[in-house]
Ligand binder design. Structure first.
Ligand code: HEM
Length: 403
């Protein structure tokens, strides 16, 4: 039961559905986040009211079916204000395309659909393999590495820079911004990072407007949906959101997976011995190690599972928990690479389903193939204590590995 002041909880919320479980922030969650979210199915009602003084209050679903409903019915669930990042009201920008509801959402999404299609991202495969190997070359002979800083972070950041049409020598600066913005836990530090990104992107947008190229930023600048170019604020909000959405998610996903691989030698062997099932392996690992959540606001009153929700209520799909829904995935905590395929919610669904899903899947696949080819046996450094980042993207802070 919640201890938060009753005033913050709308009066229509039934008291028996109010829970304060420290989702994304509390000690039990941070001790073993995926176990915690899997167990919600045993300890919680399918729809409850989550109270969290740090991240805010909202309805929370752990059911695959209900999350899909919310994601597929924007007429009830708007993404307006879905992200937690504060913005200057006098110079406001939207995080595009996430914060735009249909039908307007389509015109933005269409700009990048081709770049992020399976064929579009396949062009990056050679580069991803080379990059994975270059990174591994830097530490393989030492017999150890700190996975998150040596591989988990630089891999997606370098790929992102390449895709966006930004120079590779910005890698460390981008890594620094991503850490400060998403993980410092300090508003001043996060604000400084946001201003750094803002100033840099403004300069890049100006340069690429004068000299367009075929990177993602250049493509957004040259787009003419309905015959009209995007405004400078739209281009900025679009580019900035890609930065937020595309770096930390892949990073956290790789870190979770490699922690599991380090701890389960027999399962690692299974992956190595079944190279033909790599796509099934990636999909199952994405199911059990989903890293993020989906927030919405109700646009109208709605009853779900006999519970009356009201317009203006916040609503969150705990996507990792939905991927452990035993009604959809029997024995949900068992990692079964031959599991019958059902849609997973790691990348959400509906119109806002992750535009980077094909890219992320390819990064994970190539990361796994190249790492396991070159470092098939490895474990967590003895004595290392694994701690998780609090917040909306779930993954370990550091992962020292030895081989
Ligand atoms: C494993 C890695 C990733 C995960 C788990 C992930 C997860 C998600 C989820 C759950 C959403 C939906 C949010 C919602 O509906 O509230 C989303 C949307 C989005 N993601 Fe990803 N993402 C990943 C990688 C990427 C990458 C690599 C990019 C791009 C470089 C990216 C760009 C986006 C964009 C632009 C959206 C908004 C789509 C729209 O509103 O139409 N993501 N992502």
């Amino acid at each position: 039961m919640a201890t938060a002041p009753a005033a913050e909880i709308p009066s229509h919320v039934p008291p028996e559905l109010i829970r304060e479980i420290g989702l994304t922030t509390g000690p039990e969650f941070l001790a073993a986040p995926h176990k915690f979210m899997a167990e919600l199915h045993e300890t919680h009602p399918p729809l409850f009211y989550s109270v969290n003084p740090l991240t805010g209050n909202s309805w929370a679903t752990i059911k695959h079916e209900d999350a899909f409903f919310a994601l597929r019915h924007p007429e009830y669930f708007t993404t307006a204000g879905a992200t937690p990042f504060p913005r200057d009201p006098n110079n406001y920008f939207y995080f595009i395309p996430l914060e735009i509801d249909p039908p307007h959402h389509r015109k933005y999404r269409a700009i990048l659909d081709k770049t992020f299609s399976p064929q579009g991202v396949a062009k990056l495969e050679g580069y991803m393999r080379k990059l994975s190997n270059d990174l591994i070359d830097e530490f393989i002979d030492k017999g150890e590495c700190e996975f998150t800083t040596d591989f988990g972070r630089p891999l997606p950041v370098s790929i992102f820079l390449d895709l966006m049409g930004l120079p590779q020598d910005m890698r460390d600066t981008f890594v620094g911004w991503a850490v400060d913005l998403l993980h410092s836990g300090d508003r001043m530090t996060a604000g400084m990072a946001m201003r750094g990104i803002e100033a840099y992107l403004a300069k890049v947008i100006e340069e690429k407007t004068a000299n367009p190229d075929d990177g993602v930023i250049g493509t957004i600048i040259q787009a003419r949906p309905d015959g009209v170019p995007l405004t400078e604020r739209e281009i900025f909000g679009f580019t900035f959101f890609l930065f937020i959405a595309g770096l930390d998610t892949v990073f956290a996903t790789l870190n979770n997976m490699w922690l599991w691989l380090a701890n389960t030698p027999d399962r690692r062997r299974e992956i190595i011995e079944n190279p033909g099932n790599i796509n099934g392996q990636v999909e199952e690992l994405l199911r059990v190690f989903s890293v993020t959540f989906s927030g919405r606001t109700l646009t109208q009153d709605l009853e779900m599972r006999g519970v009356q929700m009201k317009a203006g209520d916040k609503f969150m799909s705990i996507l990792p928990a939905c991927n452990y829904d035993p009604e959809i995935f029997p024995n949900p905590t068992e990692i079964d690479f031959n599991r019958q395929r059902k849609p997973i919610l790691a990348f959400a669904g509906g119109v806002h389903s992750c535009i980077g899903a094909h890219l992320a899947r390819l990064e994970i696949k190539i990361g796994l193939q190249e790492w396991l080819r070159r470092i098939p046996d490895f474990s967590v450094k003895p004595g290392a204590a694994i701690e998780y980042y609090p917040g909306g993207v779930v993954g370990p802070k550091a992962l020292p590995l030895v081989w």
